[in-house]
Design a protein around this ligand. Sequence first.
Ligand code: GDP
Length: 365
Amino acid sequence: MKRPFDNDSSLEVKAGVELPPSINPNLRRRQPQPKPTQDQLIDGIKNGDRVLLSRAITLVESRKEEDRFIAHQLMNSILPLTGNSLRIGITGVPGVGKSTFIEAFGVKLVEAGHKVAVLAVDPTSERSGGSILGDKTRMEALSRETNAYIRPTPSGATLGGVARRTRETILLVEAAGFDRVLIETVGVGQSEVMVHSMVDMFLFLALAGAGDELQGMKRGIMEMADAIVITKADGDNMNRAKLAAADMSRALNLFPKRSDGWQVPVKLSSAITGDGLDEVMTLIEAYKAHQTESRRLQQNRKKQALYWMAQSIDEKLKQHFELVVKDQQAEVANLVEAGDLNPFDAADRLIQMYEKQLREESHNK
Ligand code: GDP
């Protein structure tokens, strides 16, 4: 199903966020717009034009072969303009208050003079039929800011597909001058690992009183966190939030010391009262300074670039493999399923078939 924000609409950015047609009658009257040229896109991005930025992102999200070619050229031309942001991943279980936090925190960042881009990574959105950012009215205040730009998850893609597009989108928003990029991800494991591998800092939002069991389950994610923020620290919840912060700090002390010497802080915040948001902002700047001084920020990005190169090779080889031995793969899979062939021999057999096809192809050239 095509969702409202799948449209390549200039209205999307004027309003900051594209509203569904039922709310935004302009969308129904919208005429298809001519495709901007590559030069127009590049100039637009350089000038921070959000309409053209949106068009460029739509282009890199496209799976059409002709779009891929232009997107590739576009990415190469904007590359020198990229890298000047702090990339922050924000995670936490559904309901922890991610969207509310990002909205309030994003407004703070804008007030402090930053240009803020919010991207969402939610590979589950296609399956569940909704996106974590589907209910975009939650970011109304932030979307009204001229210095904020909000972009939901690209739809209908595998985790690998979402990863590549999100990485390219980060670069595009950086080229357009956004210097704080917030990447929201839903707390479901795999997508966190992916987002962690493309950000400079990882913020873990946690609920007070979520129970030891849950916190235990999240151990892997806690180990990735550069800072932990206990959300909804307001009203009746305040005491529980304080207790949770103390618990978290104690749990963190049990982890081995980090090699970069950074001590993971635990902060309290309320997106409703605004308490604690300034502290989170200060802490983010402290982290940035710490990582920049020790040159870890750049080192980390280099490592990430190599990781993504390897990932991309894996993905492309796999795609090619599947294309070449598509028919045989189904047959061999049947044998494995029936218990007539063990999976390792099956893999070897398919790889041999693949290699044979390649040899024949090169022979016929
Ligand atoms: P998400 O699923 O993690 O994006 O969570 P939401 O941002 O949608 O928030 C889930 C619910 O928690 C909503 O009903 C919010 O109004 C509420 N909420 C979010 N932040 C706060 C907060 O700081 N204090 C209080 N009291 N409620 C909050």
